[in-house]
Design a protein around this ligand. Structure first.
Ligand code: UDP
Ligand code: MG
Length: 352
């Protein structure tokens, strides 16, 4: 039995890149207002890629249970310069699930992930593809060039989060890296083999290794609407990422326990010493209460941390599919391919 996985057969060379092709995965949730414009830009980009590398592209719009006209508009998009797949999920499963759905339906070799709100400039894709085909990189990820427009508190929170998640990790998750990235065929194959249901995409894409390169960019302002990730959701995503990715919080708990116990022991020694040398009883009521409350509070927090991990184990154990596809259509850009719609793809199962 082999315990590892060999994806070397999918390596990219200048000669086979065109054959491998590129799938662009775009999760969309209530993006009706900007979808047509985005599609037009992607079509233009596809023409450029075809000219420069003879690369054939497809785009996969994953409708994550939108309540507006997103699905209707996506269905009507023309497969002008690139093939178009529309995968509609049965409800809103969240961006991470939408990304998995897109990855599962991607039919070409390399896979590119980008947001559907216009914040990820399609013009940058040409540069990312260049890093893949010309320079031989497997994971080309983008990162915010700076965070000048974010509050100090938020920057500190982000910094603390990455410090914790990368604590003791062999493969560090780069700070500021976003979901806008390109995976070479072998990197995409590797990502597909990771079996967990609680997925923290940025972390997993970094964990697989291979040759990775960072590209800095300035995210454009949202083309329309507002972000769906408010502070609460970001905190949720951070806890999700932390607990599904590292055991640092558990280690931190053990360490804190050791420090507190050590402190208590020293404090006890000092009391004994004081009684012994002065012969007086030490008045201890306030320090006792403070000590009790500290230990009680820390214990409750750590039980909460444990609970997060147990919850994670429970959801992995239940092994529910990450998403359900309610509707799937595919339009090919070449004349003979025609249109085949309504072909349902299987949902992700444990065996995959
Ligand atoms: N998105 C999604 N499902 C959700 C929330 C968001 O598929 O439940 C998509 C959304 O349509 C967009 C991308 O994920 O294409 C990023 O979302 P958003 O712009 O709200 O997040 P931000 O850019 O602020 O991180
Ligand atoms: Mg956005």
């Amino acid at each position: 039995m082999k315990l590892g996985s060999d994806v070397s057969g999918l390596s990219t060379t200048a000669a086979n890149a065109a054959v491998q092709g590129l799938s662009i995965v775009v999760p969309v949730y209530n993006e009706a207002a900007g979808l047509a414009a985005l599609h037009a830009r992607l079509a233009g980009l596809a023409r450029t890629l075809a000219r420069r590398w003879q690369l054939s592209c497809e785009v996969i719009y994953v409708d994550d249970g939108s309540q507006d006209d997103t699905l209707k508009i996506a269905r009507a998009l023309s497969p002008d310069a690139l093939d178009v797949q529309v995968v509609s999920l049965s409800r809103n499963f969240g961006k991470e699930a939408a990304l998995v759905a897109g990855l599962d339906h991607a039919g070409r070799g390399a896979v590119m992930f980008m947001d559907g709100d216009g914040q990820h400039p399609p013009a940058l894709i040409e540069q990312l593809v260049g890093h893949w085909i010309d320079d031989g990189y497997d994971v080309v990820y983008t990162a915010k060039a700076h965070r000048d427009n974010e509050s100090f508190l938020r920057r500190m929170a982000v910094h603390g989060f990455y410090a914790l998640i990368n604590w003791g990790a062999r493969q560090k998750i780069p700070e500021d890296a976003g979901d806008f990235r390109l995976l070479s065929p072998r990197a995409a194959a590797a990502l597909r083999q990771l079996p967990e249901r609680n997925r923290f995409f940025k972390g997993l894409a970094s964990w697989i290794g291979f040759r990775q390169i960072r590209v800095d960019y300035e995210p454009a302002p949202r083309a329309h609407g507002v972000t769906t990730f408010n502070a609460g959701r970001l905190i949720g995503l951070s806890i999700e990422g932390l607990t599904s990715f590292s055991v640092a919080p558990l280690r931190f708990a053990s360490l804190l326990g050791v420090v507190l116990a050590g402190g208590a022991f020293l404090f006890g020694l000092s009391i004994v010493w004081e009684v012994w040398t002065t012969g007086k009883q030490v008045p201890g009521y306030p320090s006792l209460v403070v000590g009790l409350m500290t230990i009680g509070g820390v214990q409750l927090i750590m039980i909460g941390v444990l609970g997060e991990y147990i919850g994670k184990i429970l959801s992995e154990l239940k092994a529910r599919p990450i998403y359900f596809v309610a509707e799937h259509s595919e339009k090919r850009s070449d004349a003979k391919g025609g249109e085949k719609a309504g072909e349902a793809a299987p949902e992700r199962t444990a065996a995959e």
